[in-house]
Design a protein around this ligand. Structure first.
Ligand code: ACO
Length: 436
């Protein structure tokens, strides 16, 4: 198999920024990448001027150099290794995209077969892992089962601790991409009290996942090609998104040299939050709360009220300030799935009405708030029979590819060092503790 190890060339120098402070001045180079914003290289800021930068939420900080994913938030562009997400979603498959993200290039036919065979071979879980599930309550959230079980898997693969070895990092990456759908599907089966369904070699990645979720010993699951195509596309759309909260968590955890399975468990924990991967579940909850079209104005009024903490879920994005290219593909996929089912979902109608209303409202227009990928994904999942509690787990299945690709890339970065952000301390100055 050809593995394109990213070769790090220093970005070009594009001028400099001079900063003067307290009678001293220093010049900081401006670096340019292939696309996107240039960055000021402030690595010498403390040494030269005894200053740190202040950037809560790291919204204007490039925390690393990467060759994997590019986003232009203003133009609504998302590229994986240079390929537009729209083209990949239309013409590629999830394992092919996984290969692309991991190794830098699309696979040849032979490389694809080898990769898919590896994924298939590693998709089984050690039988002892079945016992993990019994430790959870039946009503445990699938994300807590996923997070705990993936962290626990590290005990079964001690070789993953040898992160200095490229081959062992690659094995860990393939294990994770292969096993996480099995764990996620079993978390669902466990919540229903149904027997676990094992992966099958004759099914594609997406077919397998659907089969593990829905097949039962008494009723084999009939794979609907529209559903498996939709699942594949959803996985592609969610596979990577550069340095988002969960990916940064994985990179940060990885920077300590932690076991790869523990790093991915940390990513799963970060993804779980409603401001990140939990949003698609939150969209459906919101639609249930709104209930019907007549209640939209009241709900929007609450969203706009600065004294309430209600947000329009599935709207807004830290990076996309025009449109989310994934949302467009998702809307099309949503139509295909609902057409296949031949039913009009009242929740989808409500979502469409809500979207129309918000897009015409000054509050959302002025703040450049548009539907994000999560606005539609929940509706598709619901139509396919996937319960709300599983939505974020599905996102984790997809994003595992991005996490492991970014985690691997970090090891080839000559600038790699442990993450250690600074702070602006505003607490009490030093004070003495008096005897009490
Ligand atoms: N509903 C109402 N107002 C919003 C929303 C929203 N969904 N999103 C942002 N705003 C408002 C903020 O209140 C703020 O208003 P102000 O300027 O009057 O104070 C302004 O828009 C800017 O908001 P920020 O919080 O600075 O935006 P940020 O980039 O930090 O947040 C986020 C992005 C977290 C995604 C936010 O838009 C949000 O909470 N959206 C809803 C949750 C969601 O859908 N998350 C999924 C993200 S996509 C993903 O993870 C795959």
């Amino acid at each position: 198999m050809t593995q394109t190890t990213p070769s790090f060339t220093p970005p070009q120098d594009e001028g400099a920024v001079k900063i003067s402070y307290k009678g001293k001045s220093s010049t900081f180079p401006v670096l340019t990448g292939t696309s996107g914003n240039n960055v000021i290289d402030i690595r010498n800021l403390q040494k030269d001027l005894d200053l740190f930068t202040f950037d809560p939420g790291l919204g204007t900080t490039a925390s690393c150099e990467s060759k994997i994913t590019f986003i232009d938030g203003d133009k609504g562009v998302l590229l994986y290794r240079g390929y537009p997400i729209t083209q990949l979603a239309e013409h590629s498959s999830f394992p092919e995209v996984a290969y692309l993200l991991l190794y830098g290039n699309l696979p040849t036919r032979h490389e694809y077969k080898v990769f898919v065979d590896r994924l298939e071979e590693k998709s089984l879980l050690h039988e002892q892992i079945r016992n993990f599930f019994n430790g959870f309550r039946r009503d445990a959230h699938p994300m807590s089962i996923l997070c705990g079980t993936v962290a626990g898997l590290s005990a079964f693969y001690p070789e993953g601790t040898d992160t200095s070895n490229e081959e062992s990092r690659d094995i860990a990456a393939v294990h994770l991409i292969a096993k996480i759908p099995t764990i996620a599907a079993w978390a669902y089966k466990y919540s229903r009290g149904e027997p676990f369904v094992y992966p099958r070699a004759d099914y594609s990645y997406s077919e397998n996942f659907l089969n593990m979720l829905f097949a039962r010993p008494d009723t084999p699951y009939q794979i609907n090609p529209i559903f498996s195509k939709a699942m594949d596309r959803i996985l592609i759309l969610h596979a990577d998104h550069e340095q988002n909260a969960s990916t940064s968590t994985v990179r940060l955890t990885g920077s300590t040299g932690a076991h790869p399975f523990a790093c991915i468990a940390a990513g799963i924990a970060a993804l779980w939050g409603p401001a990140h991967g939990g949003a698609n579940e939150a969209v459906l909850k919101m639609l249930h709360t709104i209930g019907s079209k007549e209640n939209i104005p009241d709900y929007i009024a609450q969203v706009k009220d600065k004294n309430s903490d209600v947000r329009l879920m599935g709207f807004g994005h830290r990076v996309y300030k025009n449109f989310d290219p994934r949302a467009k593909i998702m809307k099309k996929t949503c139509d295909e799935v609902l057409n296949e089912l031949g039913e009009q979902d009242p929740l989808l109608e409500l979502a469409m009405e809500l979207e129309k209303y918000a897009l015409q409202d000054d509050y959302f227009v002025q703040r450049k708030l548009y539907p994000n990928v999560d606005f539609y994904s929940g509706i598709i999942f619901k139509a396919m029979g996937i319960p709300e509690s599983m939505f974020t787990a599905l996102f984790a299945v997809a994003r595992t590819v991005g996490w492991v690709s970014q985690w691997k890339e970090a090891f080839n970065d000559p600038l790699r060092r442990i993450y250690r952000p600074r702070q602006l301390y505003t607490g009490p100055g030093e004070r003495d503790l008096w005897p009490r």
